[in-house]
Each structure stands twice: as structure tokens, then as C-alpha cells.
Design a binder for this molecule. Structure first.
Ligand SMILES: N[C@@H](CCC(=O)N[C@@H](CS)C(=O)NCC(=O)O)C(=O)O
Ligand SMILES: *[C@@H]1O[C@H](CO)[C@@H](O)[C@H](O)[C@H]1NC(C)=O
Ligand SMILES: *[C@@H]1O[C@H](CO)[C@@H](O)[C@H](O)[C@H]1NC(C)=O
Ligand SMILES: *[C@@H]1O[C@H](CO)[C@@H](O)[C@H](O)[C@H]1NC(C)=O
Length: 231
């Protein structure tokens, strides 16, 4: 495998932002070391690498830190342009479209995600965040149709930027499904996204990276809530 020895990811196993970076490293066939961080007691390496945000993921390449998941993904795609599939489309117009939807996911789905799990003081506030997630997912159902052109992924034949950015949340969506008693990605409401989820979860680069143990994710939620993370 390429990358051997000089790539290290500082992460948290449930983080949508970390998961998307790990999937991209897998897609590119790059070997990397993974170090699990404790958000309640961050390592000196994390604090030294990203002193401003103190957030995961951080990618260390030859010891030099790169921060912010979407920036890390672009960095990987550029440095290893010749290795594995292109994660961002080569065509500048299609790249712009992919960046638009990736930013949409982090803005709308990301804020609904923190709203559903971390920022809600009661069930009424959770329901309000769920409604925002529903609306964003309906919009993304249309985006999938538009971007994929009938192919399996937002990226077309293969997994691309929008796929990994949205796909990083799937482990949490399953946990939220348990909490709210229904599916967020509901086959009746968003059939294209529901079929996409099955394909995405089954991909080699994804299996073992997107958490599939809902009980474990829900237990981890309690530790995050206890340390006041993601507020
Ligand atoms: N915009 C950042 C978001 C990263 C982020 O929010 N990471 C969370 C974990 S999911 C974190 O490290 N939070 C720091 C903390 O809770 O102290 C990215 O895309 O990398
Ligand atoms: C925090 O992490 C350090 C190692 O990075 C460890 O030595 C220390 O015991 C941890 N403290 C707590 C309170 O978990
Ligand atoms: C990473 O973040 C730190 C601040 O936390 C900054 O000084 C550094 O330039 C960033 N590196 C990259 C590649 O973004
Ligand atoms: C990290 O820093 C960048 C640049 O200042 C900012 O846009 C981003 O929102 C920050 N992320 C977090 C999680 O604080």
C-alpha cells in the first residue's frame, strides 16, 4: 500500500468528519496509522497540531498537520491524484457542484445532527431539529438524482466527495432512528437515498469505518454528553 509509514489520522471513531477522511484514505488505497482521541482529554499531539480548533480529524503527513475534514480530503485527492479513483470530479464545473453539495451537507445536515443529539434541551427541540434534517434529506434526494445521473453514487459510478461527506453521518442516523422511533432516511420518503445508503455501507472502503453497532454509538453519545462535547 502507498502512504506507508508517513500518514497518521487523529480521530474519534464516531466522528462523521473523521469517518469521511478514513473512507477516502481507503478509497485511495493508502495505509495510515490511526490514533483514537479522547475528546475529554485531548492528546498533546492533537493540541499541538491544531491549537486553534482543537478538533478531529487531523491528518499528519510526514509529521505535518492538515486540519478540517473537507480540506484534508482535497489534500489527499491532490497529493495522490494518480492513486485510486478521483474523489473530486476532474471537470471544474462538476467539482464546483460537488463542493456546493458537500458544503450543503455540512451546513444543513451537520447543524440538524448537533441539534438532534447535543443541543436539544427537550423533545420539542429535538423534533424541531429532526424536521430540519428531514427537509435537508429531501433536498439531497433531488441532488442525488441530479448528480448521479442514474448512476449508483453522488460521484457517479464511484464514491465521491458528497458520498463520503453525507455517508459519515450514517452511523449516527441509525442511532437517531432508535431515539425517534422511525427512519431518518426513510425508503418511502427518500427512496433514492435509502438505496444509496445500502450501496454505500456495502462498499469495501466503508465497511468497518461507518459504525454499525447502534448500542455502542448510543453509549458513546452518553460520554460525549457528559463531557459537554459538540455543543
Ligand atoms: N469542521 C470540522 C469539524 C470537526 C469536528 O467538529 N470534530 C469534532 C468531533 S465530531 C471535534 O473534534 N470536536 C472537538 C471537541 O468536541 O472538543 C471538520 O470538518 O473537520
Ligand atoms: C489524559 O491522557 C493522558 C495521556 O495522554 C493520561 O496520561 C492521563 O492519565 C489522562 N487523564 C485522564 C484524566 O484520563
Ligand atoms: C492547522 O491548524 C493550525 C491551527 O490550529 C494552523 O496553525 C495550521 O496552519 C493548520 N494547518 C493546515 C494545513 O491547515
Ligand atoms: C475551524 O477553523 C476554521 C477556520 O477558522 C473554521 O472555519 C471552522 O469553523 C473551525 N471549526 C471548528 C469545529 O471550530
Amino acid at each position: 500500500m502507498a502512504g506507508g509509514g508517513d500518514l497518521k489520522v487523529l480521530g474519534v471513531w464516531t466522528s462523521p468528519f473523521v469517518i469521511r477522511v478514513r473512507i477516502v484514505l481507503n478509497l485511495k488505497g493508502l495505509a495510515y496509522e490511526y490514533a483514537e482521541e479522547d475528546l475529554g482529554n485531548k492528546s498533546a499531539l492533537l493540541l499541538g497540531s491544531n491549537p486553534v480548533n482543537k478538533s478531529v480529524p487531523v491528518l499528519l503527513h510526514g509529521g505535518r498537520p492538515i486540519n478540517e475534514s473537507r480540506i484534508i480530503i482535497q489534500y489527499i485527492d491532490e497529493v495522490w491524484a494518480g492513486s485510486g479513483p478521483a474523489v473530486l470530479p476532474r471537470d471544474p464545473y462538476e467539482r464546483a457542484v460537488a463542493r456546493f453539495w458537500a458544503a450543503y451537507v455540512d451546513d444543513k445536515v451537520g447543524s440538524a445532527w448537533t441539534g438532534m443529539l447535543f443541543r436539544c434541551k427537550n423533545e420539542e427541540e429535538r423534533a424541531e431539529a429532526v424536521a430540519r434534517a428531514d427537509e435537508a434529506l429531501r433536498t439531497l434526494e433531488g441532488a442525488l438524482e441530479e448528480c448521479s445521473g442514474g448512476k449508483p453514487f453522488f460521484g457517479g459510478d464511484g464514491i465521491g466527495l458528497v458520498d463520503v461527506v453525507l455517508g459519515g453521518y450514517l452511523g449516527w442516523f441509525a442511532a437517531i432512528d432508535r431515539i425517534i422511533g422511525r427512519r431518518l432516511i426513510d425508503p418511502a420518503r427518500t427512496p433514492l437515498l435509502a438505496a444509496w445508503e445500502q450501496r454505500f455501507r456495502a462498499a469495501d472502503a466503508v465497511r468497518g469505518v461507518v459504525p454499525d453497532d447502534v448500542d455502542k454509538v448510543l453509549a458513546f453519545l452518553q460520554t460525549l454528553l457528559a463531557i459537554g462535547s459538540m455543543k
